[in-house]
Design a protein around this ligand. Structure first.
Ligand code: FES
Ligand code: FES
Length: 164
């Protein structure tokens, strides 16, 4: 079947079959390989994308369910070669080690901070509870979320250039 959707601000049309997962559509058909496959069972968050303003595990969504949807993947966050402040924060705090979990964590962070620009540590832990990291021990990721909140507030106050 043919579906149409918007991904990272670009309208796309694709032919999918009834069993194609959104994850496969994103990685294989659209070549947006920043979205990772870890468990394939909805448990690790490596395949996280934002669909219709909600965090989803793209391994659990069928591609046809994305018909008419607005999707953001990790590739949609940076502005050409300019990193999003959340991406900067993850790098600066050392929250990226092997990096396999990072796209999912960054999108979960974006969603959390869109809804709650100044979360407590407890709220950060709850907001990122759908994502697993096997390298960092999580403290650096929590630090990255706090630094992200600071950076986004600076951008909003106009202390840095405009961002998404
Ligand atoms: S690959 Fe989708 S949640 Fe793990
Ligand atoms: S940085 Fe390796 S799994 Fe998180």
């Amino acid at each position: 079947m043919k579906i149409s959707f918007t991904i990272n601000g670009i309208k796309r049309e694709c032919n999918v079959n009834s069993t194609t997962r959104l994850l496969d559509l994103i990685r294989d058909d659209l070549n947006l390989t920043g979205t990772k496959e870890g468990c394939g069972k909805g448990e690790c968050g490596a395949c996280t994308v934002i669909m219709n303003d909600k965090i989803v595990a793209s391994c659990l969504v069928l591609a046809y369910e994305a018909d008419g949807a607005e999707i953001v993947t990790i590739e949609g966050l940076s502005d050409k070669n300019i990193l999003h402040p959340i991406q900067e924060a993850y790098i600066e705090t050392g929250a990226v080690q092997c990096g396999f979990c990072t796209p999912g964590f960054i999108l979960a962070t974006k969603k959390l901070l869109d809804e709650n620009p100044n979360p407590t540590e407890e709220e950060i832990k709850i907001g990122l509870s759908g994502n697993i990291c096997r390298c960092t021990g999580y403290q650096k990721i929590i630090d990255a979320v706090k630094l992200s909140a600071t950076k986004i507030a600076e951008y909003k106050r106009g202390e840095k250039v405009e961002t998404k």
